[in-house]
Design a protein around this ligand. Structure first.
Ligand SMILES: [Zn+2]
Ligand SMILES: [Zn+2]
Length: 649
């Protein structure tokens, strides 16, 4: 140091050990310490700023107290406060932008200058050293890092503020111009300029209020955090202007808050991170989907102000709730606030339910369950507000028995006995709105009052029975017509059908009867020309068992019922054709007045035999009668029976 000082001092002809500089000037606001040193070195005739630096180092070494700001102040006979900002922790200064309080790795060693700023005021600003400060927010131009006169990069050690550092170059940097600001980053550059100048304008609309008090460090760190995941995959192309890309990504993420941020997260999710080393095994779903950004916000040792960090976490949680169904309940993990959603398992635990009971409660609408499929398994979530309503109500605290007594409820089992009907009928009555239900702890209960109301309404409209009319219970109406119980009740209550009462009140719904003719008129069977299995069996004169065997054996075609697909219907023509073609052993035995055994002995080896019907014996009518006529005497026509059966009805 001493030798350098001597060399500089003697060469420039300044007296030895000067404690004061001849030309004195305090640092300007925003000026870097190095810029100030270059400025003073130039005006005082020193060769470089290092001479100024060594003067101070020597002085403070002599004092032995390490009071750098005092030594600098002594140099220009100024106040100690003028330099205090450069030495926040009373240690040696970071000469290029140390007073900004931003870690040194956000600065680049390559100097940059705004020529327009230089022409207005010949000082070197601290913020120019930042990596992302590629554009001047005031003049909307690009900073220059290469001298336009000698085409060499600017260097730190130079003889003047407007000089490029090349000894052979005489160009004045304040006389040149930088390129224009690139498209798509003007607003974020403006925000940077405003924050550095300590003011706030609505450059990016809709940003939360906490951004108004943001520091330059906050914005710089945000730019690096937000751009990191998307730049990782782009670094393959070395020509890419990384800093400009950073600014562009941040501007998109911060514009139209929070829509821009959500779109940014969507973009990060859709980026494939296969070619980078980021271990995701064992990480949570949301961390796998949003690498870097999730870790940076949650665990990153950033010095971003807590308010801004909270805003970003809050929006991340909102994004997860709206667009990541698998991470519905992640708000608690991200922000520490209670999540709007929780897993069904947890909800069931808090309610004191078993898993099955909780699922049933979900099916019955007592709690609102959202199911999300995940790799073959299904995750189920419950909305906390809904769940809270379910648990907060007084009813939920009651025991089952108390609740039933308080609301006059019956289980379906008792209603079944009371009404003398089956569970499907009860379900139909509930669906039709005739019986009201109340859910409690995952079970449905039936209101006794609504059942009583239904029975009394039906009892009111009954009229005395007229003799000589065929009737049917209202629970049996579907056997002879297409009407269901609810249809009949609806018609009866609307006055379209008369209702008769028979028996005591204990018989439930079965004491109400309707006239068959009324029923057939209002709800006719599907088609007049079709026969049900029972009717068809009667038509061809067979028992139900043997008729079904005939259908199974394929001797008779059937048509599915248009109303009830499981029900088989038979046309009259088909049945008549079957009657003409086939005949049973029983019918032949009756016609010839012999035993069925004898018929079998005669015909089993003949061509009249029909196989594939199991124990039931059927024969081809023409061949069988021809064979039997030779052996026995026929009592009457075998065909007459078929016609006769239908005629009797
Ligand atoms: Zn400028
Ligand atoms: Zn030059």
């Amino acid at each position: 140091m001493t030798s350098f000082y001597k060399a500089g001092g003697e060469r420039c002809g300044v007296a030895a050990r000067p404690r004061r500089l001849v030309v004195r000037a305090s640092p300007e606001p925003g000026e870097s310490l190095w810029g100030w040193a270059i400025r003073l070195a130039g005006t005082n005739g020193y060769d470089s700023a290092y001479a100024i630096k060594s003067l101070v180092a020597r002085a403070s070494l002599g004092a032995g107290d390490g009071n750098y700001s005092g030594s600098y102040a002594q140099l220009i006979n100024a106040s100690h406060d003028d330099f205090a900002r450069y030495f926040p922790d009373c240690r040696s200064a970071f000469w290029n932008g140390g007073e900004l309080g931003i870690p040194h790795f956000y600065f680049s060693p390559q100097p940059k200058v705004c020529p327009v700023c230089l022409s207005e005021k010949a000082i070197l600003k601290s913020v120019w050293g930042l990596k992302i400060w590629r554009y001047c927010p005031e003049h909307s131009c690009e900073l220059i890092s290469t001298c336009p006169f000698c085409a060499k990069p600017l260097v730190a050690n130079r003889r003047g503020v407007t000089h490029c550092g090349n000894r052979l170059c005489d160009g004045n940097l304040s006389e040149c111009v930088g390129g224009p600001t690139a498209a798509g980053i003007a607003r974020i550059v403006g925000v940077l300029g405003d924050v550095a100048a300590g003011r706030w304008r609505e450059q990016l609309s809709g940003l939360p209020r906490c951004f108004r008090s943001a520091s330059l460090l906050d914005i710089v760190q945000l730019i690096f955090i937000l751009s990191r995941p998307l730049l990782r995959v782009k670094n393959d192309s070395p020509s890419a202007d990384v800093e400009r890309e950073r600014l562009a990504i941040t501007e998109v993420a911060l514009s139209d808050w929070p829509a821009g941020y959500h779109d940014y997260l969507e973009r990060v999710r859709s980026t494939r991170f296969a070619n980078i080393k980021y271990p995701t095994s064992g990480k949570s779903y949301i961390e796998k989907e949003l690498p870097f950004i999730y870790r940076a916000l949650l665990y990153g040792h950033t010095r971003i102000s807590p308010e801004i960090l909270r805003v970003f976490k809050h929006e991340l949680a909102c994004y997860a709730e709206t667009r990541m169904p698998l991470a519905l309940d992640s708000r608690f993990v991200i922000t520490g606030e209670p999540s709007r959603w929780m897993t069904l398992q947890r909800a069931a635990r808090e309610l004191g339910f078993s898993r099955h009971k909780a699922k049933r409660a979900g099916r019955e609408g007592a709690i609102n369950i959202v199911a999300v499929p995940l790799l073959g398994k299904t995750r189920r979530f419950v909305e906390r507000d809904h769940f809270k309503k379910c648990t907060d109500s007084r009813d939920a605290q009651m025991t089952e028995a108390d609740y039933r007594v308080a609301h006059g409820l019956l289980p379906a089992r008792s209603v079944k006995k009371l009404l003398r009907v089956g569970y499907p009928t009860i379900a139909a009555l509930i669906e039709g709105g005739y019986i009201k239900t109340l859910p409690h702890r995952g079970r449905s209960w039936l209101c006794a009052a609504s059942i009583e109301h239904l029975l009394s309404r039906l009892a009111e409209i009954t009229i005395p029975m007229k003799p000589g009319c065929a009737r049917v219970e209202i629970c049996q109406t579907s056997c002879i017509s297409s009407a269901k119980l609810t249809d009949v009740i609806e018609c009866a209550l609307a006055g379209k059908m008369s209702l008769n009462k028979k028996g005591s009140a204990r018989r439930g719904l079965r004491r109400f009867w309707v006239v068959k003719d009324d029923l057939r008129r209002l709800f006719p069977e599907v088609l007049a020309d079709f026969y049900t299995v029972e009717q068809a069996a009667q038509f061809v004169g067979l028992s139900g068992c043997s008729f079904r065997a005939v259908v199974r054996g394929g001797l008779l075609r059937f048509t599915p019922s248009p109303k009830n697909r499981g029900r088989r219907m038979f046309t009259r023509n088909e049945l008549a054709a079957f009657g003409r073609r086939c005949v049973s052993s029983a019918e032949l035995a009756a016609a010839y007045s012999v035993t069925k055994r004898k018929i079998f002995m005669e015909l089993s080896a003949s061509s009249a035999r029909i196989d594939g019907l199991g124990q039931f014996r059927f024969w081809l009518r023409g061949r069988a009668t021809a064979l039997l006529d030779r052996k026995f005497r026929r009592l009457g026509s075998t065909n007459s029976r078929v016609v006769g059966q239908r005629g009797q009805k």
